[in-house]
Design a protein around this ligand. Structure first.
Ligand SMILES: NC(=O)C1=CN([C@@H]2O[C@H](COP(=O)(O)OP(=O)(O)OC[C@H]3O[C@@H](n4cnc5c(N)ncnc54)[C@H](OP(=O)(O)O)[C@@H]3O)[C@@H](O)[C@H]2O)C=CC1
Ligand SMILES: O=C(O)[C@H](O)CS(=O)(=O)O
Length: 491
């Protein structure tokens, strides 16, 4: 595999997967506003130019989706399941090519990209099965002549706005339950990473998903498309993954129509290591939890709290493991860490490091921009972290591991909960009463106990407080795309 400056198509077994026009109503459409560049974050070279749609074009796509949705909702759950299964099978058949496209535009190492494709495909497989199990209920009447039934129906047209950090899975985690429920779907992928979404359009077409049911609208203007999704009454559901800042904007914009919204927003995950933890397992968990996608996930450990008795040993073990991580172009084999998505992301990590050092933190590993060209930064460990440092309240979204020291359970629970966020949290301990007490006391939607990886299609993923609204994945995930109807019948 040569470096990322190689023509991307030449790297693919099926070059037709590299689509650069928008996918609307089963057609490939150019943009009224020309095209925008997609660059490889490892080298900065342009790998594709993608259709730049106008807001009017997106409004047209929504209208066509609304028409298609009426017929799609008439399909049985079993019929929808069959088509979703084909989509899943095609994803797995083309896993290598989809991973290459994903790495080229997002930067993560190929091994991680292949993992994301399998993770993304798992949502399509799971919700294809759920399509057959959208049950209603009958309720004993409140009067002798009344019969009560409850049915569930698709909300209609669902629109999604997704981030660059998981360009495939963040779309399928929404599109799969939406289509399974009988909704039509209009996806607006991040400007940095549209190619993975467009490749899903190619496969949707091949799987026999009817025209207009799954659409990908690409644009360089996120805010204009977001306003169209929020203000167009044909869009009955908005589902967003990204920062809390943008989530607030979208919720405000959607409030005008009281639009049904799901929000998967920012996090600030605590990772707690107690004295009775298995230290080697805690170190492996910290590596996975902190450095997955180079720290660019909303569930990455952002604050690592280590109890006094094991602080030095943990710091030493973690440093030894991080030194082994290989950094480089994700398209080259054997890499553990790729580049960050852009220069702003690199700058944010550097700011957090400088802030910590100015407040007494000690950099025991890394701390500088890598000498390779591209958005690379060395993985960094800081000891002596304190709660007045920026990373205590802000999501770093990069390979920076700050180690905080603590003395007892009540202290660390208070520290861990001292944030506006509430998405993921983790801790390592063996004592059973401690495990129950801490798991119940942490104010988060997700708690990992003796594990640093919690992501799966079978569990409800989502946060509390300002980390979001709603859940994705698990049988709960399809409820976000259904309306409940109560029928009261006089007999
Ligand atoms: N919860 C999560 O999974 C994620 C959290 N984050 C957090 O957000 C921070 C910033 O990352 P970033 O990628 O900038 O995340 P953003 O929230 O800025 O972007 C997420 C998505 O929203 C789009 N967007 C941005 N502004 C608007 C708007 N006004 N109206 C409609 N859509 C909009 C973006 O488009 P475009 O990219 O084209 O501008 C992108 O598709 C990260 O540092 C991290 O803290 C980021 C990604 C995922
Ligand atoms: O947005 C994210 O960071 C993802 O939701 C994290 S995960 O689902 O891939 O764990």
């Amino acid at each position: 595999m040569t470096d990322a400056t190689t023509d991307l198509e030449s790297l693919l077994d099926d070059p037709d997967l590299l689509a650069t026009s928008a996918y609307i109503d089963g057609q490939w459409v150019d943009g009224d506003n020309g095209r925008f560049d997609v660059t490889n974050p490892a080298r900065g070279d342009v790998i594709a130019q993608v259709a730049d749609l106008s807001r009017a074009q997106v409004a047209n796509a929504i209208a066509q989706a609304e028409t298609a949705q009426k017929e799609w909702a008439r399909w049985t759950g079993k019929e929808r399941a069959a088509v979703l299964r084909k989509w899943f099978d095609l994803m797995m058949l083309h896993q290598e090519d989809l991973a290459t496209i994903l790495t080229a535009e997002q930067g993560k190492p190929l091994s991680e990209a292949k993992g994301e494709i399998a993770y993304g495909a798992a949502f399509i497989e799971f919700f294809g099965e759920e399509a057959k199990r959208i049950y209603g209920e009958t309720i004993p009447g409140h009067q002798r002549d009344k019969r009560i039934t409850v049915i569930k129906q698709p909300v209609g047209v669902a629109a999604s706005i997704t981030p660059w950090n998981f360009p495939n899975a963040m779309i399928t985690r929404k599109a799969a339950p939406a289509l399974a429920a009988g909704c039509a779907f209009v996806a607006r992928p991040a400007g940095e990473t549209p190619l993975s979404a467009l490749a899903m359009g190619v496969l949707a077409d091949r799987a026999g998903i009817p025209a207009g049911v799954f659409n990908v609208v690409t644009s360089s203007s996120a805010s204009a498309i977001g306003k169209e999704f929020c203000e167009n009454p044909l869009v009955r559901k908005l589902t967003f993954t990204g920062s809390t800042t943008v989530g607030r904007i979208l919720l405000e914009q959607a409030a005008g129509q009281v639009k049904k919204c799901s929000m998967e927003l920012g996090g600030n995950a605590p990772f707690i290591v107690f004295d009775d933890a298995d230290l080697d397992k805690a170190v492996e968990g910290a590596i996975l939890c902190k450095f997955r996608n180079n720290g660019q996930t909303c569930v990455c450990a952002n604050r690592i709290y280590v109890q006094d008795g094991v602080y030095d040993a943990f710091a030493e073990k973690l440093t030894a493991r991080v030194k082994e991580l290989k950094i480089g172009d994700g398209l080259k084999s054997g890499m553990d860490l790729g580049p960050l998505i852009n220069t702003d992301a690199v700058e944010k990590v550097r700011e957090h490091i400088a802030d910590a050092k100015s407040k007494g933190g000690a950099v025991i590993l890394g701390g500088e921009v890598h000498d390779m060209p591209g958005n690379f930064i060395t993985p960094t460990i800081i000891t002596g972290a304190t709660k007045d440092m920026a990373f205590a309240t802000e999501e770093t979204f990069g390979p920076l591991a700050p180690l905080f020291r603590f003395t007892d359970e009540d202290e660390v629970i208070a520290l861990a909960n001292d944030t506006i966020f509430g998405l993921a949290s983790y801790f390592y301990a063996k004592d059973l009463s401690r495990v129950y007490k801490v798991a119940e006391a942490l104010e988060y939607g997700i708690v990992g106990v003796n594990t640093g990886i919690i992501s799966t299609e079978v569990a409800p993923f989502g946060g509390i407080k300002q980390s979001g609204l709603g859940r994705e994945g698990s049988h709960h995930g399809i409820e976000e795309f259904l309306e409940m109807k109560y029928i009261c019948m006089a007999v």
